[in-house]
Design a protein around this ligand. Structure first.
Ligand code: ADP
Ligand code: MG
Length: 240
């Protein structure tokens, strides 16, 4: 599981995360919502060790992410990450893009890596695009390629940072469907999202962030039905 204890993050004088306490259990799907600048992306980067922290701890499967001596590269193999936009290698096919990290990072043979890549591309519905170059994929297909690339490392956790925010509206659905499928398969997921339908229908819990504080967390029925915090209610009134 992921345990976040009293996490504080500063960028210089800017206090971006102000004491976050949060546990995410195996198999859980957590959606993180909140205004731009509330610290959602920073939280994800602190979880996978892309950002240093100033106070508190992040513990993944018992390993302190920010402790000296922690092998962050090894840890990150277990935490797949999908960003708003993922720039794939244009000179490599979809299959080669996905097979790259299993070969380089996991030291799989090329044959094995290509097999893993084909399996994951099929998994995300790109079985007919194995030999296509990324530039001829739609935005939605490129995001599914990014998901396949993360899955090819066989992570136990997936972190999504607004995976659909850069997409044309008509392409959002296919990516959300892929995320929903992973959730149904039991993947542990933290999804920073502006898609309130997804947050409501797919998540086990929803966390609302406001100015670096996790103002409220609870099951979707609570957050969307009877939010305790005025900030949460205001935010939801504006995004709907
Ligand atoms: P969100 O993802 O919720 O929009 P972020 O986590 O990206 O918010 O940012 C939280 C705050 O931290 C913002 O005020 C942002 O400008 C600031 N911030 C984010 N990354 C950096 C950075 N690398 N250096 C300085 N400030 C940053
Ligand atoms: Mg962000």
């Amino acid at each position: 599981m992921i345990e976040i204890k009293g996490l504080h993050k500063y960028f210089g004088d800017l206090h971006v995360l102000k004491g976050i306490d949060l546990n995410v259990a195996k198999g859980e799907v957590l959606s993180v919502i909140g205004s731009s600048g509330s610290g959602k992306s920073t939280l994800l980067y602190c979880i996978n060790g892309l950002e240093e922290i100033q106070k508190g701890a992040v513990i993944v499967d018992g390993v302190d992410v920010h402790a000296k001596g922690t092998d962050v590269n090894k840890l990150r193999q277990n935490l797949g990450m999908v960003f708003q936009q993922w720039n794939s290698f244009p000179h490599l096919t979809a299959l080669e893009n996905v097979a790259l990290a299993p070969q380089i990072v996991k030291k799989h043979s090329k044959t094995d890596a290509l097999e893993i890549a084909a399996k994951q591309l099929k998994h995300v519905g790109l079985g007919d695009k194995l030999n296509v170059y990324p530039n001829s994929l739609s935005g939605g297909q490129q995001q599914r390629l990014a998901i396949a690339r993360a899955l090819a490392m066989e992570p136990e956790y997936m972190l999504f940072d607004e995976a659909t925010s850069a997409l044309d509206p008509e392409l959002v659905g296919e990516v959300l469907e892929t995320m929903r499928m992973l959730a149904e398969e039991g993947m542990t997921m933290i999804c920073v999202t502006h898609e309130m339908g997804f947050a409501r229908d797919v998540s086990d819990r929803v966390a609302y962030f406001h100015q670096g504080i996790m103002e409220e967390i609870g099951p979707p029925e609570q957050i969307f039905g009877e939010a305790q915090s005025e900030h949460t209610r205001k935010f939801l009134a504006n995004v709907r």
